[in-house]
Ligand binder design. Structure first.
Ligand code: HEC
Ligand code: HEC
Length: 470
């Protein structure tokens, strides 16, 4: 069997978080906030006191034997002016500080933020001085040029599956196709023991035993290309495979848990095996390819952590590659099955009755009718170009409801793609709903129109909202 051909030009890399040195404006703003505001306030009090004491020493100021109000007005204006100045200064300082704090967007891992390294060909801060061998070591074994170990948030266990020719193509791309950016990545701050880079050596030895990709002669060239894209470059398993207690992906390609769904950064990436409930069993290869290219299909929209995967990466794949991925995913046997969908007239009728007459056992029905039906339809069929169907939604049937709950709490947006039309938005409901109402409406969706998945406990919503601070 032929090894898969060299990759299509890789998608542009995620922007490197650039921590520039604080500008003069930020310095001034911060020092003004710390020193200036209290100083003006103190001066203002002192000034007013002194002025008042002097001007009014002999009682109300007089002029030609009459009380003279100009002194009072001047005093009042000076006081108000100083106060307004101090307040504006404080607000400006706060805003500038917030802006400067928003510069870095670290990738959140369960034990703290990890900043992506500068991977532009800048010779000082980036990888400009890397030889091809050093680049391969970093990409596939997680060893930087200076011998430092990279954190496993860099998906090198997945990149280990790449062939030398693919690594070389990536090297050429990063060296000659990317503009150097002379920014030092901010130092990653993790609590002990994760701040000990050597710890990741053991992590690697323990969990990342992952050979090169070897084409499987029992399968077609298309299947092998799909397997190679999913396992290597796409590192789909980094999110879609459950992580163990040590943040390790529980098993790679040979494992029964591979691509059966996992939670990363409080988004649940669903089961991609052939399970007809929560997996891709009812999706056609064309459905999968359209989802990865356009960011949506008739069944679902990409959102949350999947939106940037489509927006920055899979939408640029050619149709051959998309169909290869789809063919490979469709070949995965159903594993870790959960939830069922059985379209039936009886199920639909009972849901419609609950929606229109209300039943005490299904308190989410009323919420659904008031807040969700206008986009997803009372019949759960969705509306074309507005919102996906919820009847039979594999994500809604998943054993893990994290993504559905988070979507209801904070809303989301589908990615911008060349072919996919206007991105769609699901609104946030955290201000309208209590935790138990969110649990009720999610439980209703999981049990309506023939959907059959376990209800959600309010405590699950509370736990998630605490974790994401929403
Ligand atoms: C950064 C994490 C992440 C990566 C990497 C990732 N996904 Fe996802 N994926 C998600 C999340 C979260 C969802 C659930 C939200 C949604 O449906 O868009 C999802 C949803 C999906 C769905 C829809 C499934 C359903 O039942 O609705 C498909 C198909 C999918 N991903 C395929 C892939 C493929 C193929 C790759 C590799 C090219 C990949 N994903 C890489 C996080 C990820
Ligand atoms: C303004 C229209 C709108 C409203 C109102 C709305 N949604 Fe959505 N919903 C969407 C869109 C659009 C998506 C696709 C994800 C995205 O684009 O962020 C979505 C996705 C979903 C999904 C994921 C489906 C899948 O298979 O990927 C669930 C579950 C969901 N909504 C439930 C609800 C619930 C429950 C309510 C009411 C509390 C609700 N929605 C209200 C537009 C809406």
């Amino acid at each position: 069997m032929m090894p898969p051909a060299a990759p299509a030009p890789p998608a542009p890399p995620a922007p490197v978080p650039a921590r520039t040195r604080p500008t003069l404006r930020q310095h001034v703003a911060v020092w003004y906030g710390i020193v200036g505001v209290p100083a003006i306030w103190a001066a203002h009090v002192l000034f007013c006191q002194t002025l008042a004491a002097t001007a009014c020493a002999g009682g109300v100021p007089q002029r030609n034997g009459e009380p003279w109000p100009v002194v009072h007005w001047t005093l009042a204006l000076a006081c108000a002016g100083a106060f307004a100045l101090a307040l504006t200064g404080a607000l400006l300082a706060r805003r500038t500080w917030r802006e400067s704090a928003a510069i870095d967007t670290p990738q959140r891992a369960p034990f703290g933020p990890i900043y992506a390294s500068n991977i532009t060909p800048d010779p000082v801060h980036g990888i400009g001085e890397y030889t091809p061998a050093q680049f391969a070591a970093a990409l596939q074994r997680g060893v930087a040029r200076d011998g430092k170990r990279l954190y496993p948030a860099m998906p090198y266990p997945s990149f280990a599956a790449l062939h030398a020719s693919d690594v070389n193509a990536l090297y050429q791309y990063f060296m000659y196709g990317v503009k150097p950016v002379p920014n030092a990545a901010p130092p990653t701050r993790l609590p002990f023991p994760f701040n000990q880079r050597w710890v990741t050596l053991f992590w690697r030895l323990a969990f990342a035993r992952h050979g090169r990709f070897e084409p499987d002669p029992a399968h077609s060239a298309q299947w092998n290309r799909g397997a190679w894209l999913v396992q290597g470059l796409g590192h789909c398993g980094a999110c879609h495979t459950p992580r163990g207690p040590a943040y390790n992906e529980m098993g790679y390609t040979q494992s029964p848990l591979y691509l059966t769904g996992g939670v990363t950064d409080h988004w649940y990436a669903p089961n991609l095996t052939g399970d007809p409930g929560s997996g891709l069993g009812r999706w056609s290869a064309g459905d999968i390819a359209a989802f990865l290219r356009d960011g949506h299909n008739d069944r679902a929209y990409a959102f949350g952590a999947m939106a940037p995967v489509v927006g920055a990466s899979t939408q640029y794949l050619g149709d051959d590659d998309l169909l290869a991925i789809a063919a490979y995913l469709k070949s995965l046997p159903a594993r870790e099955a959960s939830g069922q969908y059985a379209e039936s007239a009886a199920a639909r009728a009972s849901t419609m009755a609950a929606l229109h007459d209300g039943t005490p056992e299904r308190p989410g029905a009323g919420l659904y009718l008031s807040y969700c039906a206008k986009c997803h339809g009372a019949n759960g069929a969705g509306k074309p170009d507005k919102a996906p169907p919820l009847a039979g939604s594999s994500l809604a049937l998943s054993s893990d409801a994290t993504s559905v709950l988070r979507l209801i709490v904070e809303g989301s947006q589908s990615p911008q793609t060349g072919n996919g039309g206007t991105p769609r938005k699901m609104p946030a409901f955290r201000t309208q709903f209590t935790d138990s109402e969110i649990a009720q409406v999610a439980s209703f969706v999981r049990g309506a129109w023939g959907n059959n998945a376990a209800p959600i406990a309010p405590a699950e919503v509370t736990r998630l909202r605490e974790a994401i601070h929403r």
